[in-house]
Design a protein around this ligand. Structure first.
Ligand code: ATP
Ligand code: MG
Length: 580
């Protein structure tokens, strides 16, 4: 068995250097050494089905499933579905899909806290019988008011000293539906003066005459999350109950329930929540974006949801590698969005085939190329991976290049096409610009060029050099597509910072989506399957949208390349974006 000292660390499966160990792994290694759980490692991922999963959940999934995998243990998927007013089957289904997509293998261990409602009810009765719980007639507001503060103790409820018999009778009648919503609660009898507010006679059950997405109208009282979570872990005989730091103060309460009930005791371990720059990871706020139609849905490619990232073209491996690299700690911080994008790029660089696509086409006529002729030129699919082979790209007299790749009056650092200048067309020929056609308002609408037939494949036999290579698409063979370019959804590094009296939506980036409708792609992309990913040479990584079809091809830009041209341009010319 390995120990923290001789332990080699975790491999992220990419062949990269092992990630250093972390305090959660070290606890597990220690527990294995002392045989604390008879050598078992059993974790769980416990989402509440009140929204879609986001990249923060990806961190939790990676940790929980990753540790189980590493130590030959198990990880359950459990829905903590205690709040019927916010939970829906749509969320359950999406969460299952997302967990599987991220590689979380829960086998047949798909559980629901709602399956434990009967057991939880019995445990509540046990607490009443022990004199450790009472039925309280205070309203939610009154409970809150009497709770005290961090510096002042709370006040005992006037109902705290009801007899056990009276409490058993009232709780039974709550269960039978005799009382209206909000009129009574069951509360633990712990200590209204505890320095930990969670221990001040917390509510265990509330009355809610509302159908539940799984139990229907069977129950009209529902256990609170705090009375459910720890016992659910106990029922499932979880060994390491790994959760985020905000639950640290709840741990004494979970321990209290388990000790009072005398049941199996998992160990809770807390780690830091993921926060990302330019990103909000609150389900409540993400739901507001969806409900107010500020995005196209939970899977809008601008959303930080797993389904949005999938639609955008992120791979599970990129998310896993990112989560592996950020690790875990005991203090909350904020991670740069750029780091996530780095892992997306690094992964796609190896797996995505490179193709040529022109987003904003400028027509180029090659005057000395024979009319009606075309030929196929060999192009490399991925210079990082020779096994991905080559393909044939058609070339003909009229091609498209990017509008950006031509300047009539090129600034100093601009080396691409300009009048009289020779450049290389990727995989094709050297061309020289000989003429510029403009429309009535002076916009360049067409270029005339000549090509040098001796430079086929992109090299001049006389050894002459050109300073730039640009991509292109043959006009007659091109496939039309819509391309969606994304920027960050928020334009403030911390979107929670909001001017007085406004809400977080003021930080939405008005340029977060740009739809480019007239893109021209090389013909190999005609049958690109939804979900497939490509590098458009010089432009970035792009994924075929799930709603894309042969009739209307739609690509989402996953992430830009690190673009040195853009940087030079930003220095030498005023920015072209913005103010749309
Ligand atoms: P809610 O406000 O609805 O409780 P939540 O983000 O806590 O939202 P859960 O469904 O309760 O959502 O989360 C499931 C699991 O994912 C929990 O164990 C939670 O700690 C973890 N988790 C949630 N958000 C993050 C995050 N940003 N970083 C790491 N883990 C997270
Ligand atoms: Mg939660």
């Amino acid at each position: 068995m390995t120990t923290p000292k001789d332990d080699p660390g975790v491999s992220d499966g990419t062949g990269a250097a092992p990630v250093p160990s972390n305090f959660i792994r070290d606890i597990i290694l220690d527990d294995l050494k002392t045989n604390k759980y008879e050598g078992r490692v059993h974790t769980r991922f416990p989402p509440e089905p009140n929204g879609y999963l986001h990249v923060g959940h990806a961190k939790s999934i990676t940790i929980n499933f990753g540790l189980a995998r590493e130590f030959g243990g198990k990880c359950n998927l459990r829905f903590d579905d205690t709040n019927p007013s916010k939970e829906e089957t749509e969320y359950v289904d999406s969460i299952i899909e997302d967990v599987r997509w991220l590689g979380g293998d829960f086998e047949d261990r798909l559980y629901y806290a709602s399956d434990y409602f009967g057991q939880l009810y019995e445990w509540a009765v046990q607490l009443i019988q022990k004199g450790k719980a009472f039925v309280c007639d205070l309203t939610a507001d009154q409970v809150r008011q009497q709770r005290g503060t961090l510096t002042e103790p709370g006040q005992d409820s006037p109902y705290r000293n009801r007899t056990i018999e009276e409490n058993l009778d009232l709780f039974d009648r709550m269960h039978k539906g005799e009382f209206p919503d909000g009129s009574k609660t069951l509360r633990a009898k712990i200590d209204m003066a505890s320095p930990n507010l969670n221990m001040r006679d917390p509510v265990l059950y509330r009355i809610l005459h509302m159908d539940h997405h799984r139990t229907g109208d069977k129950w009209c009282i529902y256990p609170m999350y705090d009375f459910t979570h720890g016992q659910s872990d106990s029922i499932e005989r979880i060994t390491h109950s790994i959760c985020t730091l905000e639950f640290e103060d709840h741990r004494p309460l979970y321990d209290w329930f388990i000790d009072q009930l005398g049941i199996y005791h998992p160990q809770q371990i807390e780690f830091d929540r993921l926060n990302l720059t330019y990103t909000l990871l609150s389900k409540r706020k993400l739901l507001a974006l969806v409900q107010n139609k500020l995005v196209s849905g939970w899977d809008d490619p601008r959303m930080p949801t797993i389904s949005g990232m999938r639609r955008r073209g992120y791979t599970p491996e990129a998310l896993q590698n990112f989560c592996g690299r950020i690790g875990v700690s005991k203090t909350n911080g904020t991670t740069e969005l750029a780091l996530l994008e780095y892992f997306v790029r690094e992964d796609l660089n190896r797996r995505a085939a490179r193709v040529m696509a022109v987003l904003r086409p400028l027509r180029v006529v090659i005057d000395n190329y024979p009319e009606g002729q075309s030929e196929h030129l060999e192009a490399v699919n991925n210079p990082e991976d020779a096994s991905m082979g080559t393909r044939q790209v058609p070339f003909s007299k009229v091609i498209y290049i990017e509008q950006d790749d031509f300047r009539e009056d090129p600034p100093k650092q601009y080396f691409r096409l300009a009048p009289g200048r020779e450049i290389r067309l990727r995989y094709a020929y050297f061309i020289t610009c000989t003429g510029v056609v403009k429309d009535a308002s002076g916009n360049v609408v067409e270029l005339h060029c000549t090509y040098d037939p001796a430079t086929k494949g992109g090299n001049a036999p006389d050894g002459r050099k050109v300073k730039s290579t640009i991509h292109w698409v043959s006009a007659e063979h091109a496939v039309d597509a819509e391309v969606r370019i994304y920027e960050t959804l928020f334009n403030r590094e911390d979107p929670n910072v909001v001017p007085e009296g406004q809400d977080f939506t003021v930080n939405l980036n008005p340029n977060s989506l740009e739809v480019v409708s007239g893109a021209k792609l090389e013909p190999s992309l005609r049958d690109a399957a939804p979900g497939s990913r490509y590098q458009f040479e010089r432009l970035g990584y792009f994924a075929v949208d799930p709603d894309s079809s042969r009739e209307k091809l739609v690509f989402n830009r996953t992430v830009a390349l690190r673009d040195s041209w853009a940087k030079i341009e930003a220095k030498s010319a005023p920015p072209k974006r913005g103010g749309k």
